[in-house]
Design a binder for this molecule. Sequence first.
Ligand code: ATP
Length: 437
Amino acid sequence: MKINVNELKNHVDEEIVFSGFVDAIRDKKWVMFVILRDATGKVQMTIEKSEEANKELLDIMSELTVESTIRVTGKVLSNEAVKLGGLEIIPSKIEVTSKALPLPFDFNNLDGVNIDTRMDYKWLDMRNRRNTLIRQVESCMTEGMRRYLYENHFTEIHSPKLIGAASESGSDVFEVKYFDGVAYLAQSPQFYKQMALAGGLDRVFEVGPVFRAENSNTNRHATEFTGFDLEFAYIDSYEDVMDLEEDLLIAGLTAVKEKYGEEIKEVFNTEVVIPTKPFPRIRLKDLYQELHDRYQFDIPTEDVGDMNAEAEKLTFKLAQEKYNSEFMFVVDYAATKRPFYHMRDSEGKLQGYDLIWRGMEITSGAQREHRYDELVKNAQEKGLGKDVEFYLQFFKYGCPPHGGFGIGLDRITMLLLGLSGIKETQFLFRGPNRLTP
Ligand code: ATP
């Protein structure tokens, strides 16, 4: 196995094999400095011109373009004069493993480069440290949250993304040709998470693709994104769901801060803040009042009972100013604005919430309706018939009370790093006008 840049310090005075990209070539009179790069950092390779034995190595390097890849056999030396980590590689053998053509743009300076060009050449865009860091942070956040769930006896499941009926609300679903008929792409794993609970697993989660045929061009919506969804049984109320989400996010953010906190500050100029429990919670009615009193904001008539983008932004402001928190739970949404499977109490009050972070909704969660008769009634009220019939069956043969939520992973990453939009955040953005690369 190759030694990574961040491991070289453990191999001083040893002969090693290093493979990576040629980041830069500095051809001086007496010496050639070659900066090599891998996913963990950069290192200098030094080739003295006065050494007769180096002639072949210099010939290879002088013909090579930057961003080509090479495999170097050589010795690691400690040298305080070297700015890059005080180490250098003195090569005895260089093999060219791939040659690069001239690049369409300079990925080290993306300022003037159009976001569409960057997406067209995503694999070059990613060579900017900032962009590999986005992926590593997202991976670390997922790992932290997954670890928390495993430690708390959750089972990871994988539900199908090809489904036979347009689920939930029936809107925003992609239809695909399926042999002689049609299928749909899953809008969320909601129904299947709940089915797993009806199957006797009492804590499940899934991290997987979610498809939404939303023809919107906001900075926060994609047509395919990664959902981090969970569901658990034997809860007393949706308060239990909010409690668990607090712990889950704290676990994820702690993992990110420990591993990448410093680098995030340096590269993105953003602090990773670990929230404290409990996150502030507010009723929608009281929130409207606060937003009116403090910021002269009134929710438009069509959004009454719900939030809109401006309300989410101001809610973050309120959370910071009044509660010194980046997070805020909002409860008491109108039942008409929420899916039929969210539970309502005996007065018809919705047993669910949204979580707002840094000015945006990152989660919808709720206690779910597990009582068959109530569920049928709610579905009928929403005008849902045949499409949810299969789902209703899950609740006929005993099903524990339960609740859960779905987090948009891409959105969390975007907000965590203070990025301008989901196009920049996603590994490969999917939107109304983009299906490639
Ligand atoms: P929004 O109101 O922002 O469209 P939603 O109410 O449709 O979101 P849910 O169905 O509750 O969202 O999905 C759960 C989470 O998934 C959201 O809180 C959000 O973080 C994320 N999410 C929803 N739609 C998208 C999308 N099109 N692209 C990226 N993330 C999304």
